[in-house]
Design a protein around this ligand. Sequence first.
Ligand code: GLA
Length: 673
Amino acid sequence: MTRMDAFRSRVKGFAFGGDYNPEQWEPAVWREDVRLMREAGVNAVSLGVFAWASLEPEPGKYTFGWLDEVMDLLHDNGVSVNLATPTAAPPVWLTHLHPEVFPIREDGQPFGFGNRLHYDPSSPIYREYAANITTKLAERYSFHPALAMWHISNEYGPTAYNEAAAVNFRRWLRRKYGDLDALNEAWTTRFWGQIYTDWDQIDVPHIPRTWMNPTRRLDFKRFTSDALLECYIAERDIVRSFRDDIPVMTNFMRFFRHADYWKWAPEEDAAALDIYPNPAEADSHVSAAFNYDLFRSLKGGQPWMLMEQSSSAVSQWKLNVVKEPGRMRLGSLAAMARGADSVMFFQWRASRGGQERFHSAMVPHSGPDSRTFREITDLGRELELLAPVAGTTSRSEIAILFDWDGWWGLEEVFGLPRNDFSYTDTVMRHYTPLWERHYPVDVVSAASALESYKVLVVPNAYLIDDEGVRRITEFARNGGTVLMSFFSGVVDGDNRVRPNGYPGAFRELIGAKIDEYWPARPHEEFAVDFADGRRASATWWREDLHLETGTALAAYADGLLAGRAAVVENRYGAGRVVYVATLLEQAAFDALVAETVEAAGVRRHFEGVPAHVECSVRGDDAYEYVFLLNHSGELGASVPVGGEGTDLLTGEAVSGQVELEPLGAAVIRLARA
Ligand code: GLA
């Protein structure tokens, strides 16, 4: 039994609850809290996330009494605790005693006190104090009956340009390169005469007069992610040293560029996500779905934890609209549909003051007699009905590459043919047509195993290391279909242009050589003719592409590249490669994605279901659980389900067809044949 299996059986299915911050309230409120938690069906809370100053008000002076009482109270009321190490919020006394823990910004200025995450992850002093409070908590609570999980710190993220960071960066570089010649070679320091002759000459990359050396910058991103990970591992190992059977995790963020979650995930018992899809954006549930697929994939398909979301509005943007009635439920089910084994919120009770006083909560300022609390209570009841779904997994024949190195390569450095790439927009452009057609999709890194997939989608993989290239190439050779978009395979892991012409790594794979990249001028538009007679427009990017073994699926109909291929097909080994060398208009691109996936023989589970109905399947050996979620507030939908089953939300038998109201949902249990 894994630690997460034990956790699931403890909460009897899905974990349901949120961040609980009792240090902001009087004990009388705590008693009301647990009463309401029971009413709502809450079975887990994340406790003490920012409570360092309340637990250690002076260095070495501890006030655990209130936490003892809260832990007991929660346990007595059947609520399990995901206990946080409070190290995301160093107390003000620590920053006064040791101002050097404050992270220095890229421009050399330190941050001030008054927020959180104000620490340099490389600071030995920060690490020492963090280890100390972690040890104290573990000593005291490791065997408390309420303890069910460790929540290490919160949303690891600060980048620091401190002296301690420089020391740690040099250590990291020495480990990576061994000797300075290797570093100079990898960083191409002969360019602009930047050759290092002593390790001590290497500093953190403060803002230079103009552009930063791209490999130094890239290594600093990798280093920062690793430095944060060192902090996580140090605290994890402390709590593990007291007790080994409690799951340990930390909470990640949606599309967060500053930590390579592929590297982090193996160090955790479950990947956990905080996500606040903007209700003002009509398609925010689609990028949420991508993040859910990513989080399921981070640990090879294991269920993940939805660690934070909002019950209604947030307070972090200029305009914070509410989640309209029914949308919080639908969003929660959408996460569960894609593998979440918990529905947790920030936060349990709305704070009266502080930065996030207008951030919604499970218990809002208007109290339990409110729309929000009623919806929370209803959801709690539904999660109990869905308990058998917890722990189940899903299968997919399509994978999409999402890789932090690739992201940093495109967005962290200047000096590309164009410098306005958005990696996440590109990824969403490739993912959305698959989502709209209800294809299950896994997310992979450049180091992931690919054998189980039929199709691999590779969006703008500009920077990819040799191992990634080898995996993708082998995947195609063995019969896989690769759909790759432009400006891929250009540089190696050191951000150096691969030899023998673009796209260095993938020239054989795509069956073409690219003479030059031709970014489009603003407003430039090109006509592209497909071999079957369709015409589409293209913008933003073109490539002066010369076919070798590949053939043109589409060619430019006008401009200086008229007649040159815009979309290439290449047979490679037993596989097929479709390379898209321009930014096709969305409808044409969507059609190309759909055709490519169909031609690869990917099974389509849901045909004829409108795009506004999200369809996703989890299952185990005995059952399939089909989630049908209508994201439209106006349109109903009629969805065919293959066979006879039961809607777990209503308990009713279902056969053939399911009718969904606007914002309606169904979770159909079908026995496996
Ligand atoms: C993050 C943090 C929470 C809270 C929420 C809401 O996810 O972890 O502490 O600030 O955002 O903004």
